[in-house]
Design a protein around this ligand. Structure first.
Ligand SMILES: NC(=O)c1ccc[n+]([C@@H]2O[C@H](COP(=O)([O-])OP(=O)(O)OC[C@H]3O[C@@H](n4cnc5c(N)ncnc54)[C@H](OP(=O)(O)O)[C@@H]3O)[C@@H](O)[C@H]2O)c1
Length: 259
């Protein structure tokens, strides 16, 4: 694992879950990190928990004014940066007949529009040899019932980030994506779900994942940091961290396992 001493990084959606695991690994390695979140309590808790090399900013990924303010804060606090992790996101379940315009817009504004314009605002601040990683989702390569809008918005991030990888080649900036499968975070990547739906998601996630368990935020963070810092000849790829979910692996049935 690299040491991040002297490195400067931005993590959007860093107040808990996968983003926080990346923030903690960067800080432990000696980096200076500017991280964002939306919920005021979570922002305050992150400020209290993290040390002086962490700068916590309340910033709504769905707001272009906030994205511009984020850019200014990065300029003022860090100057040029080595790494930007564009991680904010969440999915709302709903099948074709159920997704409302409001739910669709909320998902696309926060995840897709937010990621696009965050990249536009922060790309000029990344130094030569730096990199972007975007969070998409393993569902972007699958066809689970009830995830059409979520799959669409994550697939869009995967698609446009690959074009960014081409466009940023002359500046020697790499762009890759990470696709988590079911990951044990406070939200499990979902909003507006009941406790029963949460329990169902837990059961279904364990059943559907070939490795028969959820991943940890730290397992996803390790892949993010590999792409961000160590994978210096890897560009434009998507790295699934999903226990085999989107790879078509199949847990052996008892009868098959006996042979
Ligand atoms: N967990 C999974 O199973 C899973 C699976 C596939 C993909 N993913 C993806 O992985 C990423 C992280 O998910 P997670 O499970 O770690 O989620 P999480 O624990 O809920 O963390 C989400 C982060 O995003 C922030 N956030 C949410 N809306 C925001 C907004 N409008 N503006 C700024 N920040 C905002 C949250 O901050 P506050 O709450 O403090 O506002 C928090 O820091 C997401 O893109 C998600 O879609 C997760």
């Amino acid at each position: 694992m690299s040491s991040y001493a002297g490195k400067k990084a931005v993590v959007t959606g860093g107040t808990h879950g996968i983003g926080m695991a990346v923030v903690r690994a960067l800080l432990d390695g000696g980096a200076e990190v500017l991280l964002t979140g939306l919920n005021e309590k979570n922002v305050e808790a992150a400020r209290a928990a993290l040390g002086p090399r962490a700068h916590v900013l309340r910033s709504d990924a769905a707001s272009l004014a906030d994205i511009d303010a984020l850019g200014k804060a990065v300029e003022d606090t860090l100057g040029e940066v080595d790494f930007v992790f564009v991680n904010v996101g969440h999915v709302r379940f709903g099948s074709l007949g159920q997704v409302t315009e409001e739910a669709y817009d909320a998902m696309f504004d926060t995840n897709t529009k937010g990621a696009f314009f965050t990249a536009q605002r922060l790309a000029p601040l990344i130094r030569d040899g730096g990199s972007f990683v975007f969070t998409t989702a393993a569902v972007a390569g699958t066809a689970f019932v009830g995830t059409s809008a979520g799959t669409g918005m994550k697939a869009a991030i995967r698609a446009f980030s690959k074009v960014f990888a081409s466009e940023l080649l002359p500046r020697n900036i790499r762009v890759n994506t990470v696709s988590p499968g079911f990951t044990q975070t406070p939200s499990m990547g979902l909003v507006d779900i009941t406790d029963e739906q949460r329990a169902l998601n837990q059961r279904e996630g364990e059943r559907a994942t070939p490795m028969r368990r959820f991943g940890t935020p730290e397992e996803v963070a390790a892949a993010v940091l590999f792409l961000g810092f160590d994978a210096t000849f890897t560009n434009g790829v998507d790295l699934p961290v999903d226990g085999g979910l989107a790879q078509g692996l199949e847990y052996p049935h008892d009868e098959v396992a006996e042979h």
